[in-house]
Design a protein around this ligand. Sequence first.
Ligand SMILES: *Cc1c(COP(=O)(O)O)cnc(C)c1O
Length: 448
Amino acid sequence: MLFAMSASQNKTSNGDPVVPTQSSLEAFAAAERVLVGGVNSPVRAFGAVGGVPVFLARGQGAVVTDLDGRRYIDYVGAWGPLILGHCDERVQAAASKVLTKGWSFGTPTEGETRLAEAIVADVPSIEQIRLVNSGTEATMSAIRLARGYTRRDLIVKCAGCYHGHADALLVQAGSGALTFGVPSSAGVPAGAVMDTRVIPYNDLTAARSLFEKDGSRIAGVLIEPVAGNMGCVPPTEGYLSGLRALCDAHGALLIFDEVMTGYRLGLGGAQEVFGVRPDLTCLGKIIGGGLPVGAYGGRATIMESLSPVGPVYQAGTMAGNPLAMATGLATIEALHEPGVYEQLEEASAHLAEGLAAAAREAGLPFCVNRVGSMVGVFFQDGPVTDLDTASLSDTQGYARLFHAMLRRGVYLPPSQFETMFVSLAHSDAQIDETIAAARDALSEIVAE
Ligand SMILES: *Cc1c(COP(=O)(O)O)cnc(C)c1O
């Protein structure tokens, strides 16, 4: 074990979630004084699992180290970008080179072309691309483009899919009905989501009836081709191709949000794995290699509607930043080495099977969804196919598992509804260690 410690140690007397070590407690207290809730992105605050977040100070390969030097096998990977693991030397070298030459000009630079060329070559549906700074910017801009290109207003999204925090997309379903969007955040005016429609994931019938009613007004369907923000939820057979056919029949654009799946499931993302070509694709996370990059791209005829060529405006001071181009390109180049995705597949299958077996041994209801190196564990019998079924999970059970694993030196995502990521840096030994820790943790949970 990286961090061996008896289960009872470091645990409050009433069995409450264990707190991290003293340095993290102090660091979080300092952060809370000046940062809202102590964080810059809500899920980092551990609200879903309780306790105080661990402050990380270092990462190397598949292992992260906290302020007190405690080590954890990391299955968050910066929420997806670090598919090579932490501090990959190739990425480091590419970044260092940029740092000696200048890291921001606000002019065209060749790094942008190189990254765009790589993405255009790898992702089947992308002919031209626009680089931005985050996944949020990518989806927000893609729906503007879809609306500008089609000259229609309605955007369709699925309940439980997360596309960043743009107003029009911060909507959840009203009890699975095909209703007008209801904002899921304060500060989003009803008018901003008036043209957003929400349907249940994996429900082609719901999509069909929406198109029957409103098809001529729909600019596009925006979807995570494998959902990763309600846990990991794969598309059912025929779902994505069914959406493709509906969009074609009604002149709407199919927009894949591959911010998570892009370069995660393969060089060509989910669209290559499932053989369905969207009109527009949103990317982020891995294409920046851990620095802030987003992108959206598609057929040139659509992309040409963008400024400066066309009438749809979108811009960015930091867009195509040289440092981020270099880390992104180095990451993509490393993913072109032979055997990379086979290795991810094997390691992830081993992890998923090991976790499921550990839960069976413990006699706990547990369901594992996996597509490539995206692994979702749900505290329930399953199957989990959409937001409604994902919501049946025992989130308290997951919170217990999270903390029990943390004590055993394994860093899982701090929410039942986030996906675990396996990286190329995870060794067989580390995965075996993780499974052993899970067996131990789950039997502790049963004993409680
Ligand atoms: C992470 C994510 C986003 C948002 O990206 P940010 O860089 O956090 O703005 C959008 N869509 C999906 C599918 C994501 O996983």
